[in-house]
Design a protein around this ligand. Structure first.
Ligand code: ADP
Length: 302
């Protein structure tokens, strides 16, 4: 009997002539089912030129905000972009983009991302009937859901896929990095205070263990933009992210201030960099993405 999944995987990989691809043959210790699942995942992701994961040592530092605005900035720069939210405990992308009521459609090829202009969006939040579901799931169940989710989304051809990871350095971000495998690199988001230093060091060490290239550190909520005059006041200490980046010899991409307009845009389901494109904070974000845009022009990948 025909297994439709098997056929799909076969046809996607059959068009590829690469003999060095890790999907070409089973890995040591991998059974047939695991091999086919991995192959199915890789055959989806190989049509994406650049895959970038956004990490943070803990929640609430602006990881999703950076992921959304990075994806939108790349799209506004003319790239075809996918935004994948795998933050299983706090999938905030549907709210940030005003997509809470969307119902994901499926076709023979899998789940179809929601399209916002040239931005394709998929969130694990679309699969959680109740946002509290993930809290009570055991580890293996969570990993299974993350894996199935990654495997089932039909992205098509993309220049960039931006992945909003679960926070921290535990099993969940580990699984995401391992399953995606062929990442261009990670952006690590932190806040400027010294207490965040421990977390950002952990995230950098995590990437090094997994041999994930670190594209750079972003310091978010660095100073406060006065909504009246636009002046930026340092309310906490600043520069912590930059110091750590320097001391751990990774690039520093820039500092984004706390800007009330970012919160307003996100609460109303709009993308800050699109809505407030003329603002100084939007310009800071565009500077931050420059090295990421460079990945495509450098043609680091075929
Ligand atoms: P994380 O993904 O790390 O949990 P979020 O991106 O969801 O964090 O951000 C948490 C909250 O902080 C959101 O309400 C978001 O709008 C707000 N926020 C993030 N960065 C900024 C910023 N630079 N200025 C103002 N609000 C921000």
């Amino acid at each position: 009997m025909n297994d439709p999944n098997k056929e799909k995987t076969k046809s996607a990989c059959d068009t590829c002539s690469s003999s060095t691809c890790s999907a070409a043959k089973p890995q040591a210790g991998e059974n047939q089912k695991e091999f086919e699942e991995r192959r199915q995942l890789l055959s989806r992701l190989c049509h994406i030129r650049h895959k970038i994961i956004v990490l943070s040592g803990k929640g609430g530092v602006g990881k999703s905000t950076v992921a959304v605005n990075l994806a939108a900035a790349l799209m506004l720069a003319g790239k075809s972009v996918g935004l994948l939210d795998v933050d299983i405990h706090g999938p905030s992308i549907p709210t940030m983009l005003g997509l809470e009521d969307e119902i994901i459609q499926k076709d023979d090829d899998g789940m179809i991302p929601i399209e916002l202009g040239d931005l394709k969006v998929m969130s694990i939040g679309f699969m959680l009937r109740n946002p509290d579901d993930a809290i009570i799931w055991r580890g293996p169940l969570k990993m299974g859901i993350i894996k199935q989710f990654l495997k089932d989304v039909s992205w098509g051809e993309l220049d960039y896929l931006i992945i909003d990871s679960p926070p921290g350095t535990g099993d969940e971000p580990l699984s995401v990095c391992q399953l995606i495998g062929d990442l261009d690199g990670a952006i690590v988001v932190t806040t400027p205070q010294k207490v965040a230093a421990v977390d950002v060091r952990k995230s950098i060490t995590f990437c090094r263990h997994l041999q994930v290239n670190i594209l750079g550190v972003v310091e978010n909520m660095s100073g406060f933009v006065c909504p009246k005059c636009g002046e930026v006041t340092p309310i906490f200490s600043t520069g912590g992210g930059k110091q750590i980046a320097e001391s751990m010899h990774v690039p520093f991409l820039g500092s984004i201030p706390t800007d009330p307009k970012i919160g307003q845009a996100s609460d109303s389901g709009q993308v800050f960099i699109h809505k407030y494109t003329e603002s100084p904070t939007a310009e800071i974000m565009r500077q931050i993405i420059k090295p990421i845009l460079g990945l495509d022009s450098d043609n680091l990948k075929p």
